[in-house]
Design a binder for this molecule. Structure first.
Ligand SMILES: Nc1ncnc2c1ncn2[C@@H]1O[C@H](COP(=O)(O)OP(=O)(O)OP(=O)(O)O)[C@@H](O)[C@H]1O
Ligand SMILES: [Mg+2]
Length: 303
């Protein structure tokens, strides 16, 4: 019995270390070097996904750093990021592979009576899923905004994510030599299927703690004073507490800090510089109209 459970455990191919990363803390440090500040939750989920060879599913509001996390993980591992942007109506061909039909036609014409292998590599156009399977050690697959695709596509992905293989009728089954690193993101515009979630390590990225968000601003924006970063983060926090249609993400915080700093350098006093740059942080007419009479409260202390 014990021998049997040992065998099962080794089948799971746990890798303690991948690319020299052997703990959540080591991953967080490496991500920081790649300009991504991960809190303990995301660093742990990402490390476990890497160690267990499972896809990492990141859900969260717009602009909280989901796509950027995938880019930073690829940078840390020194791998190429292959991105599949999901959309309504996306089909297997766009995700897997296509045959280069015009090239096949040309080859037939040029060959005359000679034999042409129409299903050779030169006619195969690999799309992101196939690219990831072909070189799992060199690539990171990002399936971005999976919630935009429809249920059929999600069902198709299930198979891919369970055994990391694809079947090309003319060529047979292509299987990855090891589990590729896969990151999926979702803005949760719809519920993802339970079966898809079960195959992944899941993490919900919330808005960062104020201290972390201020550090992100200082890291990502150019020439923003520490004090300005803290004020912007406080103001954005108050905006997020309002019932807005489109609450600002971290990207907006960074841009607001940058924009207000620019206007201030050109002579706009504080906090007017923040107020004038409001279009950088709120991008919805109803939200702007709602916030206008409350702006003094939002910018409280930003003088
Ligand atoms: N933890 C972080 N460390 C460093 N920068 C971050 C972090 N989180 C967010 N950012 C900044 O916010 C920007 C937006 O992040 P990103 O595009 O990854 O968001 P997203 O969650 O994918 O948004 P969307 O749902 O709109 O695609 C990044 O370009 C980066 O500047
Ligand atoms: Mg994104």
């Amino acid at each position: 019995m014990a021998a049997q459970s040992r065998a099962v455990a080794s089948d799971m191919a746990i890798r303690r270390s991948i690319g020299g990363i052997d703990s959540p803390e080591a991953l967080a440090r490496a991500l920081r070097d790649a300009q991504y500040l991960a809190d303990e939750g995301i660093a742990t989920a990402a490390y476990l996904a890497l160690a267990l060879g499972k896809p990492l599913l990141l859900e969260g509001a717009p602009g909280v750093g989901k796509t950027e996390a995938a880019k930073a993980i690829a940078a840390v591992l020194g791998r190429e990021l292959v991105r599949l942007q999901a959309y309504e109506g996306i089909d297997a061909a766009a995700a897997m592979y296509e045959w280069n039909f015009p090239r096949q036609m040309l080859a037939i014409r040029q060959a005359g009576d000679a034999y042409v292998n129409l299903y050779g590599d030169e006619f195969l156009i690999a799309r992101p899923l196939l690219l990831a399977l072909q070189r799992p050690k060199e690539r990171v697959l990002l399936i971005d905004e999976i919630d935009r695709s429809d249920h059929e596509f999600e069902a198709f992905l299930l198979e891919f994510l369970s055994d990391f293989s694809l079947s090309i009728p003319e060529r047979g089954t292509i299987r990855a030599s090891e589990a590729p690193v896969v990151v999926l993101t979702s803005n949760r515009t719809r519920e993802l299927h339970e079966a898809l979630r079960r195959r992944c390590v899941y993490h919900w990225i919330g808005y960062p703690e104020p201290q972390l968000e201020a550090q992100i601003v200082l890291m990502r924006a150019s020439a923003v004073a520490r004090e300005t970063a803290q004020k912007v983060v406080a103001a954005v926090g108050r905006l997020r507490a309002e019932p807005l249609a489109k609450p600002p993400g971290v990207a907006e915080t960074v841009e607001w800090a940058e924009a207000a700093t620019l206007l201030n350098a050109q002579g706009a006093p504080w906090p007017a510089a923040f107020a004038r740059a409001i279009g950088v942080v709120l991008k919805d007419q109803d939200d702007l109209a709602f916030i206008a009479p409350r702006l003094d409260h939002i910018l409280k202390g930003a003088a």
